[in-house]
Design a protein around this ligand. Structure first.
Ligand code: PMP
Length: 445
């Protein structure tokens, strides 16, 4: 069973996809792994550094990097040692160890708002449990959140995040999946990001019932929209004035431009944050990080429930320690910055000359491709100019040329590189982007 021979020929691969569809809905374990651009899942064979190989043995230069999780590259050497340590210690399931404490200590040093840490596996779990804590603290059930921001797949946050064009102004906000109770939409106040007047109005109108302002400080999940100067600070001030908690969801923005995340990059301190993605160096790990007065409201020091059989597995702790060790090295950030300078200056040059209207927006090691406009995208409404069919065509063309951009169903989501990429890789990516845009150009006419 463990020695499965992976299929390699087109017929064998098609047969496995057939088996996959009988065992897994859509043949995949995560909905977005059904790649619309390529018409099916990209089943992987192996990965190393900045590359992965599909079942047919085709090599891809990876510009998804596991949606930001493998920021050190696939299978980084830093992980090899910790895998052995975990085995030697018997994998120690469902027990904390000094490794857990050491990692929490390091995160408190790195993340400006950090005094205490609770680990979770996924970002979805992290925002779910953090919101419970916020509600318990403020006694107010409603949250203010922003269109375009993403906070995981649970029922409290898959509301008003990415409403389709004709549902942007729905009241209560748009529920992004069947099955989300209607009553939960009443708990969400959807606001426009970077619109101070709209935020002031929302906070003033709802200050009795809303206790949390939830922000993805760099909106990677829409078009990599950065906070405009003064916006985060105004949110900070408004939260203070109205007894609300300012919650930064830094699942993606943590360690993308600096070790402390967007709160370090933009100099605004939230009351609580969630971090994740790359935190486990490719192993599943996220965390809720905040000040003692708030975090100690979790049991056993306080009344708020948070527990779980698989909380903080030893392997992930060791992955976290390997990751923070790397991002504490100045060379890590020198590499990230050097690659970013080459990539983003190259992309800007391509955008200037592209036959297809395109815009690239970036923060740290991740960036968005917005197709169909050359104008800055600073609001969710602006991002609606993006043309999903062009994006799917672009991803297809790039994949044919051996560069993998995840398709996200055609939306202007985010892409990125790792510290394992080289300047030569970046040059190759630039060539492929330019070529692919030229090829899809007629489709935009
Ligand atoms: N919050 C943000 C800002 C994210 O980018 C993501 C993942 N894209 C999540 C939460 C959910 O994280 P996960 O996929 O680990 O559940």
């Amino acid at each position: 069973m463990l020695n499965l021979n992976f299929p390699t020929t087109p017929d064998e691969i098609a047969a496995w996809y057939e088996r996959g569809r009988k065992a897994l809905p859509g043949g995949v374990c995560s909905s977005t792994r059904f790649n619309q651009a390529l018409g099916g899942p990209v089943y992987g064979s192996r990965a190393k550094g900045a590359r992965f190989w599909d079942l047919a043995g085709k090599e891809y230069l990876d510009m998804s990097m596991s949606h930001g999780a493998t920021l050190l590259g696939h299978a980084p050497e830093a992980l090899r040692e910790v895998l052995d340590i975990a085995w030697e210690r018997g994998l120690l399931c469902s027990l904390d160890t000094p490794f857990h404490i050491a990692l929490a200590e390091q995160l408190c040093e790195l993340v400006p708002c950090g005094e205490r840490v609770r680990f979770t596996n996924s970002g979805t779990e992290a925002t779910l449990h953090a919101l419970r804590l916020c509600r318990a603290h403020t006694g107010r059930d409603k949250i203010i959140r922003f269109a375009g921001h993403f906070h995981g797949y649970h029922d409290f946050t898959l509301i008003g995040g990415h409403p389709p064009r004709d549902h942007v102004n729905d009241q209560p906000p748009y529920r992004e999946s069947p099955g989300i109770p209607k009553a939960l939409a009443e708990l969400v106040i959807q606001c426009e990001y970077n619109n101070i007047a709209a935020l002031e109005e929302a906070v003033t109108l709802h200050s009795d019932e809303a206790g949390t302002i939830l922000i993805e400080p760099v909106d990677y999940n829409c078009a990599c929209i950065k906070p405009e100067p003064g916006f985060l600070q105004r949110a900070r001030d408004l939260a203070n004035q109205h007894g609300m908690l300012l919650f930064f969801d830094e699942i993606q923005s943590f360690a993308k431009k600096s070790p402390g995340g967007a709160q370090q990059d933009f100099g605004v301190l939230p009351d609580i944050c969630t971090i994740g993605k790359s935190l486990g160096a490719g192993l599943p790990l996220s965390a809720i990080v905040g000040p003692a007065y708030l975090m100690e409201k979790f049991k056993p020091t306080g009344p708020v429930a948070h527990s779980g059989t698989f909380n903080a597995p030893l392997l992930s702790m060791l992955g976290g320690l390997a990751f923070v060790t790397e991002i504490r090295k100045p060379e890590f950030w020198e590499t990230i910055n050097r690659l970013g300078e080459r990539l983003y200056s190259g992309l800007d040059e391509i955008a200037r000359n592209s036959p297809v209207p395109v815009r690239f927006q970036h923060h740290g090691s991740r960036f968005s491709i917005i197709l169909g406009t050359r104008e800055p995208v600073t609001r969710y409404q602006d991002a609606l100019a993006h043309q999903p069919e062009l994006m799917l065509a672009f991803c297809r063309e790039a994949a044919q040329r051996g560069v993998y951009f995840h398709d996200y169903g055609g939306s202007a989501c985010h892409h990125g590189y790792s510290s394992a990429h080289t300047l030569e890789d970046i040059d190759r990516v630039l060539n492929v982007v330019e070529d692919s845009l030229r090829t899809i150009a007629p489709a935009s006419a």
